[in-house]
Design a protein around this ligand. Structure first.
Ligand code: BGC
Length: 419
């Protein structure tokens, strides 16, 4: 109570008197490294900050922007090297596995057992949350990457129905372009190019081809005619982006769809967080549907908070953070705002909007059918080294450095040398 009411000036004075240590340790805190810097992301994170604050735990924010987390991982490496790991770090799939090998992560087994995490977290996520049978991370959500976000007013104005295959998609994009809008809102950053690539691979070759090329990295699949068609299609899509796409942040591309400057964005469902944050309503202002040709499949990624070993004085706050993340109430409240779906199987869908309900149902159906696959672009299909090798080729081709035949060859070679 006393601390809560104290002003900054008051704390400053006590510090000046040399009493700062006892004050500082009285308040528990967590330091969290993440890349949730866009409006919708920050709003979702606020749910967690408030939850912890209500338990007396303050939040030290360490934001490092950049989807896919590449920049965040670089900053993390520097922090760990200097012996100063944060309490928790947002991480994706194979990055978790890389860090798990280093013996610097906390063990969450006791909390996990007490709260029964094993029974409610799907195996596809547990593959990453656990290392050698021990819990090292708390999964926050499940996102999926094969979505289209469309401006409904543009679709209505031009009489466009939701496309269900490649030809219908191209016909829709032609109409949008001819009407003077940017057809595809896109940000030319490697992870965004790769996010579209995930969807085009699935749409062009189907689930078996996605498995062979993006997960098993089978050289025959990577070097196939189907892969050449994938690159041809990427080049075709390049013809629908505006001249200023290079380097644009993903949320600015989403804003183009929100503001009726562009027809569609191909992006993971974190884009929905931006629509909601702008006060837009699914099926009224915007449409969400699967990338044409991928209706029966889901490419997913899951943000997890990986817990690092911290001193005894910080462990209680760390466990409070892990427990807050795993609570069913939080999993609903957070994911409703974030655009993702819960990482637990026992959370009701009542609070979710139309896109969220669709996302939850399709995730469950794909899981049952065997058509749920880790997203390459978002670190859930191959280790970071291989992913980055793929990124380089995809981006070079998207920017016209390679023709499709060369891109196929480069992909095979780059993946082989990265393995
Ligand atoms: C993360 C999302 C995030 C997005 C854009 C993805 O890699 O999984 O949580 O919203 O990047 O920042």
């Amino acid at each position: 109570m006393f601390l809560g009411k104290m002003t900054r000036a008051g704390i400053g004075m006590i510090a000046a008197l040399g009493l700062s240590t006892s004050i500082a340790t009285a308040q528990e805190s967590v330091e969290v490294l993440h890349w949730w810097t866009a409006g919708g992301e920050a709003k979702a994170l606020q749910v967690l900050k408030k939850d912890l604050e209500s338990q007396g735990v303050s939040w030290n924010d360490m934001p490092v922007a950049g989807g896919g987390g590449e920049q965040a991982m670089t900053v993390l490496r520097a922090r760990v090297t200097s012996g100063n790991a944060p309490t928790a770090v947002q991480m994706l799939g194979f990055d978790i596995k890389d860090w798990a090998g280093e013996d610097i992560l906390a063990n969450l087994d006791e909390l996990a057992a007490k709260e029964g995490w094993d029974d409610v977290v799907p195996d596809a996520l547990k593959d990453f949350s656990k290392h050698d049978g021990h819990w090292i991370a708390a999964p926050v959500n499940v996102h999926s990457t094969n979505w289209v976000w469309a401006n409904k007013a543009i679709f209505d104005e031009l009489g466009i129905n939701q496309p269900t295959d490649w030809n219908e998609l191209i016909a829709a994009l032609d109409k949008i372009k001819a009407a003077g809008y940017t057809a595809v809102a896109h940000g030319g950053q490697a992870w965004q190019d790769a996010t579209i690539f995930d969807a085009v691979v699935m749409a062009t070759g189907g689930p078996d081809f996605y498995q062979a090329s993006m997960i098993d990295t089978d050289p025959d699949a990577l070097g196939s005619d189907t892969m050449k068609t994938v690159f041809d299609r990427m080049a075709q899509l390049r013809g629908y982006v505006d001249d200023n796409f290079s380097g644009r942040d993903w949320n600015l591309a989403t804003a183009m769809v929100i503001n009726k400057e562009a027809g569609v964005q191909f992006m993971g469902d974190w884009a929905k967080g931006e629509f909601l944050n702008a006060g837009k309503v699914p099926d009224t202002d915007f449409l969400c549907f699967r990338f044409p040709g991928t209706q029966d499949a889901v490419t997913f990624n899951s943000d997890q908070f990986v817990m690092f070993k911290v001193g005894e004085d910080r462990q209680d706050a760390q466990m409070k953070l892990a427990s807050a993340v795993m609570s069913p109430t939080f999993q609903s409240a957070f994911n409703v705002v974030k655009g993702s779906v819960p990482a637990r199987t026992d959370v009701p869908n009542d609070a979710f909007d139309a896109c969220g309900k669709k996302g939850m149902a399709e995730l469950a159906a794909a899981n049952k059918k065997g058509t749920l696959f880790g997203s390459m672009a978002h670190g859930h299909s191959v280790p970071a080294g291989v992913k980055n090798a793929m990124y380089d080729v995809i981006t070079a081709h998207f920017n016209g450095e390679y023709d499709s035949a060369t891109a196929v060859e480069e992909l095979v070679n780059a993946v082989e040398s990265a393995q």
